[in-house]
Design a binder for this molecule. Structure first.
Ligand code: MN
Length: 260
């Protein structure tokens, strides 16, 4: 990148011709958390905020808190070591991923209409190819996000998980779609639901393909994204950096997009 490019970007940020879109849901005690059925083991706790002091006898001039917070809570980043398939990959933890990978171009596949009609909607290879025919090929090193407008349900755990006696009903990718995106050498896959997979992904082959295959290929995930309806199909730049947790499997992020 030449200094002219950065100077232009800096001017565009100051003038407002490049805008910053917040792709992050509020993070607090009301943040929905995943509920896994007992056969899958333990669950992540809800966020808890503990006051240390609030301008009082515990700290007269200052306010601060300490947090109880799962790595995979709210709008968050999945590192390759999150899944068993990615456990031996190089640079697979939040503290070892090269920082260059936290800033990348982003493709946004809008399937909000489909998800509104069918909460179990699955993105297919053909659907991605249709999108590429309209908007251009997905480039190596870019993010691919699916817009579903599911973030509008993020206010309540019930509507966000959308579970019944048959399990959760939320949109996501097919295993073949994930394989296709890996063949394009994307940097990662993200969506607006509680995780990177569909509600029905436990029954897929392999189960949870956005985790199993993406992390097995050393790629990243982004979950519980918001405001994807504010992004163009192509042309935005995504900034999503997890906390530098030592050996972290993921982390809440403040995900931002630059749009012009
Ligand atoms: Mn996760």
């Amino acid at each position: 990148m030449s200094s002219t490019t950065l100077t232009s970007l800096a001017s565009a940020l100051l003038s407002g011709s490049v805008k910053v879109v917040d792709l992050t849901a509020p993070l607090g005690p009301d943040t929905p958390v995943l509920y896994l059925p007992p056969q899958f083991g333990k669950n992540t706790p809800k966020v808890a905020v503990h006051t240390i002091s609030e301008y009082n006898e515990d700290g007269p001039f200052w306010a601060w808190n300490w947090l109880e917070l799962g790595e995979h809570t709210g709008t968050h980043f999945d590192a390759p070591c999150h899944w068993i398939t990615g456990k031996d990959k190089e640079n697979n933890t939040t503290d070892t991923i090269p920082p260059q990978n936290f800033v990348a171009p982003v493709n946004v596949i809008d399937r909000s209409k489909e998800a509104a009609e069918n909460p179990d909607y699955l993105l297919t290879v053909d659907s991605i190819k249709e999108w590429e025919a309209e908007h251009g090929a997905i480039e190596a090193g870019s993010w691919v996000l699916m817009r579903s407008d599911w973030y509008k349900r993020n206010g309540s755990t019930e509507t966000f998980l959308n579970a019944d006696e048959n399990g959760p009903h939320s949109p996501g990718p097919t295993a073949e779609a994930i394989q296709y995106l890996i063949s394009k050498n994307i940097i990662g896959w993200g969506q607006e639901t509680i995780g990177t997979d569909a509600g029905s992904a436990g029954g897929m082959n392999p189960p949870f393909p956005a985790h199993n295959l993406m992390h097995g290929a050393g790629k990243y995930g982004l979950a519980s994204l918001s405001n994807l309806d504010q992004l163009p199909p192509k042309g935005a730049v995504l900034i999503a950096a997890p906390l530098k947790l030592v050996k972290g499997t993921g982390s809440p992020v403040r995900a931002l997009a630059l749009i012009a």
